[in-house]
Design a protein around this ligand. Structure first.
Ligand code: SF4
Length: 168
């Protein structure tokens, strides 16, 4: 027991180091997203997030977009509760058999014109869950995808860059 306590005290944490975020890069990206959002959307883009079977890692990064640092709403982007109010579906995770029908119905309920953005490696092709008995496949195997943002999970800045690419 004493040996274990000693090891806990002297060993460094096993978690990865916090990634460094460059304030200037965030400000520049924010400016570019804001400019494109104004030009293309008149400062309004309603996003419906769909978790199609994710491990919730991607959700944590998406959630960070709403915090005071990234403050997604300053660009005119906002998350909405209903697909009927959405312009864009932000889909995470591999599509599980349980969520396949829900994803199809959410897509159908979203009024055109609409975009679908697949977030994370799982959303592309099932990622580390590919081949599982519970998984249908990537998002594109169920609904048409306009953009894929890679990463496991992608950082908030990469998700912002993806949205910018969509608007450009
Ligand atoms: S891409 Fe990574 S973080 Fe996102 S759902 Fe898949 S395993 Fe989880």
């Amino acid at each position: 027991m004493r040996k274990l306590l000693f090891e806990i005290l002297v060993k460094p944490p096993l978690t990865e180091d916090e990634p460094t975020v460059d304030d200037a890069a965030v400000a520049e990206l924010a400016h570019a997203v804001d400019r494109q959002a104004r030009r293309r959307l008149g400062r309004s883009l309603a996003i419906r997030h769909v978790d199609a079977g994710s491990c919730n890692g991607c959700e944590l990064e998406i959630q960070a977009l709403n915090n005071a640092y990234y403050d997604l709403e300053r660009f005119g982007f906002r998350f909405v509760a209903s697909p009927r109010h959405a312009d864009l579906l932000l889909v995470t995770g591999p599509v599980t058999h349980n969520m396949r029908d829900a994803l199809e119905r959410t897509y159908t309920a979203t009024p055109a014109p609409k975009w679908v953005v697949a977030v994370g490696g799982c959303a592309r092709d099932g990622g580390c869950f590919a081949g599982s008995y519970a998984v249908s496949g990537g998002v594109a195997s169920v609904v048409p995808v306009d953009l894929h943002i890679p990463g496991c999970p992608p950082r908030p800045l990469e998700i912002l860059r993806g949205l910018l690419a969509l608007l450009a």
